[in-house]
Design a binder for this molecule. Sequence first.
Ligand SMILES: [Zn+2]
Length: 140
Amino acid sequence: MTTTVQPTADAAPAGLAQTAPTLRLRPALVNGQRIHVECASWCTEDHIAENARHLEDVCHSSVAVDLMSPRDNGPAKLLAYARVISGDSGSMEDRPQVTVDFDDIHGMYLQVQDVEELADNLIAFAQRIRSLGRVIAVTA
Ligand SMILES: [Zn+2]
């Protein structure tokens, strides 16, 4: 399950302070056994619910930042989301990094007011991605 943050102000998303993260021990299930794993302060993953098969499969994830598009006849559509992730496998890829996932969209048809709203959302999304980048910069 992904927790989302709507673009608002320039501030970093909740829980993503741009200071060096602290490590804490949090409970986790690994192959059904309860253990504790080191977890960065930006991680919001429920490691109990995750129930990874192996310790190296434990993944850490921050809150997600969403890019939403307005739609004439329905709720806003998720276009992309970004978050900070890291792993516990011991490899170089475990270092915190920002991941951006885009929805499979082939075209959008927008009215004038929707174009303005989407443009504002794109600007806010860009600012939030920069915030995520600053989170991993202080972690490196
Ligand atoms: Zn974690």
